[in-house]
Design a protein around this ligand. Structure first.
Ligand SMILES: [Zn+2]
Length: 276
């Protein structure tokens, strides 16, 4: 699912789990099991675990799609004019140097010259995505779903904070967590009298931890958007707004990121198992 990203790098589960053993590790000696029977039991266990992890990865993907659909079907919390006014206030208040735009099929081609944004802009026009890119200082949301812009401007505001910006930048490296953990595990080797080292035992949680900064930054962006709507002067609102709808939509979006984090944990575990 692509909804609600800050760039095109939103990881799909399939990216994580398709790692092969790099050739430079294949010469490593395999540590044999001490007893034959234990070896057979362990092989059966490993096969069972691998199947379980595969089922989990599929389940997570389905779950993520479910939340993405809910987000796609979510109503707008107020009129598009109100959203635009709140967004403008957010830009002013945070001193953001950001181009804000609402995309449909008629105006998406304005950005045709931006490298790498062409396909994404198409998704935005269809109402399936919104994004902020720090590279081009550009925040866009679908014209049909303008309320997503407040979250994207939350990302833009996050770049003003050194710590939050760091969390945001970590996203591009998170997908390499399974490989990095495998590499670290090979360096670590096997502890004496134990079958598994620390990384092998905790691959799942370590993989999830690699995505945690992204989840936190996503949550912070949503909170900034919600706060901007909440603090917008009531006398300037034209017609009603229902903040609960906004909170609900943003929760669905966050849920997809949490599931992606769990997915990365599963992928890390899979990578370690396949290569041990
Ligand atoms: Zn986001």
């Amino acid at each position: 699912m692509n909804a609600f990203s800050i760039n095109s790098g939103y990881p799909q589960y399939s990216y994580y789990s398709s790692y092969n053993t790099p050739s430079y590790w294949q010469g490593q000696p395999v540590i044999p099991y001490t007893e034959q029977n234990d070896g057979a039991d362990n092989t059966a266990k490993t096969v069972g675990l691998a199947a379980l992890l595969q089922a989990m990865a599929l389940g997570l993907q389905k779950g993520s799609q479910w939340f993405a659909k809910k987000l796609e079907a979510g109503k707008e919390f107020t009129s598009s004019q109100n959203v635009q006014n709140i967004a403008d206030a957010m830009v002013r208040k945070n001193g953001l140097d950001v181009t804000v735009d609402y995309i449909n099929e008629a105006n998406r081609y304005k950005y045709a010259a931006y490298p790498n944004l062409y396909n994404e802009m198409g998704e935005v026009a269809k109402g399936r995505n919104a994004f902020y890119t720090d590279e081009f200082k550009l925040a866009v949301a679908p014209k049909s779903k303008p309320s997503l812009i407040l979250h994207e401007l939350g990302h833009a505001a996050n770049t003003k904070n050194v710590f939050m910006k760091l969390l945001q930048k970590s996203r591009r490296y998170a997908v390499y967590a399974p490989m990095a953990l495998l590499f670290a595990s090979k360096i670590l080797g096997k502890p004496e009298n134990r079958e598994k080292n620390f990384i092998e035992r905790n691959a799942g949680i370590l993989g999830f931890a690699a995505f945690l900064p992204t989840i936190i930054e996503e949550g912070a962006a949503s909170l900034k958007g919600i706060k901007a709507a909440k603090n917008f002067p009531k006398q300037l609102l034209q017609g009603a707004m229902n903040l609960n709808i906004l909170k609900r939509n943003y929760l669905f979006a966050l849920a997809t990121y949490i599931l992606a984090g769990v997915g990365l944990g599963v992928a890390a575990k899979q990578t370690i198992i396949e290569n041990s």
